[in-house]
Unconditional design. Structure first.
Length: 234
């Protein structure tokens, strides 16, 4: 699935599982917490429902699904405590550095819209501070007061769009990169073009709303979207 796509001028990235290899780290945390609380197995099906959501929204889903006798805020705090030791080890996903550096070098406006809180953002980006400085801004929907609804609602991407400087393009001039179905739905609901880079375990038919599905950011051909091509001499 490739070929000429609509020309875009701005790019917005999800973070977890797309730029940073944190989804497996989340799985480790959730497996431990489920075991500690005597809950059933943390399944891939449940994980997919949580991916991309605000932490408080994900917590409510866990509670509703498992019958866990905790408040959503208490579950978020438990996840947060385990995150302190797990997330600083996060690595970049394949192709992320090449694509982001290329867009930054060519002055393509880029931003991040993540379901993480600003505190978790700091933990996850511990080893990649310079990399994330290339983004014009980062919307942390987990605690951003302007984001009333997390993904799959369009709010995170619409707010990320409005925070670019200069002339704000129409939504159909924006390219979104996502790994989760909630994120794909969010980007499309915002009226944007969406490339899905799904987890290998995901049923790719679920990403039918995406404009393009690829196995890795390494597969992206920027000029197919009207963006500057990679320098083939490098």
């Amino acid at each position: 699935m490739s070929g000429k796509q609509p020309d875009v001028t701005h790019v917005i990235f999800d973070m977890d599982g797309l730029l940073l290899d944190t989804e497996d780290l989340y799985t480790v945390i959730y497996h431990e917490l489920f075991h500690e609380h005597g809950l059933p197995e943390y399944t891939w099906e449940l994980k997919q429902r949580l991916m991309g959501r605000k932490a408080i929204e994900a917590a409510q889903i866990v509670i509703d699904e498992t019958g866990l006798q905790l408040k959503p805020e208490e579950w978020v705090e438990l996840v947060s405590k385990k995150s302190d030791t797990v997330f600083p080890s996060a690595e970049l996903m394949p192709g992320a550095e090449k694509l982001v550096c290329h867009l930054f070098k060519n002055k393509v406006p880029i931003a991040v819209a993540t379901g993480s809180s600003s505190r978790l953002l700091g933990l996850k980006t511990t080893r990649h501070k310079e990399f994330f400085k290339m983004f014009h801004h980062i919307v942390c929907t987990g605690d951003d007061p302007e984001v009333k609804r997390g993904k799959p609602a369009p709010d995170p991407y619409l707010i990320a769009l409005q925070r670019f400087q200069g002339d704000i393009p129409p939504a159909n001039k924006v390219l979104v990169f996502e790994d989760a179905i909630n994120g794909v739905i969010s980007g499309k609901a915002a009226g944007m073009n969406v490339v899905c880079v799904p987890d290998p375990r995901m049923d790719k038919s679920l990403a039918h709303d995406a404009d393009l599905v690829v196995t890795s950011l390494e597969d992206i051909v920027p000029e197919e979207w009207g963006l500057p091509p990679y320098d083939q001499s490098l």
